[in-house]
Ligand binder design. Structure first.
Ligand code: ZN
Length: 317
C-alpha cells in the first residue's frame, strides 16, 4: 500500500516536472491577489484586485513602508484576496517581490518531501526549479517591478549603513525616524521630547544617538536640533527645486536615459512632481517621503538634504 502510494506520487511529481520542462504550466497559486484561474487553469487578471496590487507598488515607490501600506489598506477597508480587509506587513513584502506580477513564474519553489502526508518544503536546490518568463499576463510592468526590487535593496543597504532597524517605520507623525544623520560622527539622530507643565514650552528635538556614549568612548559633540527646523528644511529644499526648475529638469531628463531602472523611475517621478509645482509654505508629508532620502545635520549651522534622485541641497539654519 505504502509502496503503491509512493510510486503514484513520484509519478505525478515527475509528470508535473515534465510539464514544466515542456512549458506547460500548472502554477501552484490557488489563491493570490490579482489573479483568477479560468477553466483550463490559466491565470487571468482580476482587474479589481490588480488595482490594489498596482497601488501597493506605487505606494512603495512613493516612499511608504510595507507596514504603513498594510495599515492604510486596513483603515480603508480594502479587501485582500480572501475578501477580508486584513493586511500584514509580511504579505505586502511578498507581493512586492513576487515575480508573478510581472508575468513570470518561478516553479517548484517548494516540493513534496513526504509523499504520504503531502508535506512540502522550500526547494533549496534539492529538485530543479524553472523560471518561465511571460508565462501569463502581467499586472506590473517589468520596469516598475525591477525599480521596486532596487528600492528594497536601497533601503536595506541604507538601514545597514546607518544601523537602523526601523527605517520603514517612519510615520506621518514621525517622518524623520531613521533619516536624520549626524554630520560629525555619521550616527543617526534620535527624537527626544522635552516636556514641560507649560504646554507652550514642550519641545521635540533630535540629537545624535552618540551624544552620551558608553564609558571609554568620546561622546559626539554635535548640537541637537529642533524638529521645527527639520520641517522648515524640507520646505526650503522643495522651494529651491521649484526656483531652479530648469536646472533640475535637465538633470532628470538625463536620468530618464539611465540604465538603472530605479533612477529612471525616480527621474520620471521628479519631473512629474515639479512640472507644475509652486512655492510651498507648509510641510507636505507625502511629498517628503517621495523625494527625501536623508538630512545630515552639521553643528546647528547647516543641513545637507539628500534627495532620492541623489541630488544634495545645502540648507543654512
Ligand atoms: Zn554624532
Amino acid at each position: 500500500m505504502q509502496d503503491e502510494s509512493r510510486s503514484i506520487s513520484e509519478n505525478s511529481t515527475w509528470g508535473i516536472r515534465r510539464r514544466f520542462e515542456q512549458g506547460k504550466l500548472h502554477i501552484n497559486h490557488n489563491k493570490f491577489l490579482g489573479y483568477d484561474k479560468d477553466e483550463e487553469g490559466n491565470l487571468v487578471i482580476n482587474e479589481k484586485q490588480a488595482k490594489i496590487v498596482r497601488r501597493i507598488y506605487k505606494d512603495y515607490l512613493d516612499g511608504k513602508g510595507p507596514n504603513r501600506i498594510a495599515r492604510e489598506l486596513e483603515e480603508e477597508g480594502v479587501p485582500n484576496w480572501n475578501g477580508k480587509p486584513k493586511w500584514y506587513e509580511s504579505s505586502i513584502r511578498k507581493i512586492l517581490s513576487n515575480e508573478k506580477y510581472k508575468g513570470d513564474a518561478l516553479l517548484q519553489k517548494t516540493y513534496t518531501i513526504d509523499f504520504l502526508t503531502k508535506k512540502r518544503a522550500v526547494n533549496n536546490g534539492e529538485v530543479p526549479m524553472y523560471y518561465v518568463e511571460e508565462s501569463h499576463p502581467a499586472i506590473i510592468d517589468k520596469e516598475m517591478h525591477t525599480a521596486v526590487q532596487l528600492e528594497m535593496e536601497r533601503r536595506r543597504a541604507f538601514a545597514e549603513k546607518y544601523n537602523i532597524s526601523k527605517l520603514d517605520y517612519a510615520t506621518v507623525d514621525n517622518p524623520f525616524a531613521g533619516r536624520i544623520i549626524c554630520g560629525h560622527c555619521g550616527s543617526t539622530f534620535g527624537r527626544k521630547v522635552w516636556n514641560s507643565t507649560d504646554e507652550r514650552l514642550r519641545r521635540v528635538v533630535w540629537r545624535c544617538n552618540k551624544k552620551y556614549e558608553t564609558k571609554g568612548k568620546k561622546s559626539c559633540e554635535n548640537k541637537h536640533i529642533n524638529d521645527k527646523v527639520l520641517y522648515q528644511a524640507f520646505v526650503n529644499t522643495f522651494n529651491a527645486m521649484v526656483e531652479n526648475k530648469e536646472y533640475f529638469m535637465e538633470k532628470w531628463k538625463e536620468g530618464l536615459k539611465s540604465d538603472n531602472l530605479l533612477k529612471r523611475y525616480k527621474a520620471r517621478q521628479f519631473i512629474e512632481i515639479l512640472k507644475d509645482a509652486k512655492i510651498v509654505e507648509e510641510f507636505d508629508v507625502d511629498m517628503y517621503f517621495r523625494i527625501i532620502e536623508k538630512m545630515t545635520v552639521f553643528d546647528g549651522k547647516k543641513i545637507i538634504v539628500s534627495l532620492l534622485d541623489s541630488t544634495e541641497i545645502e540648507v543654512a539654519i
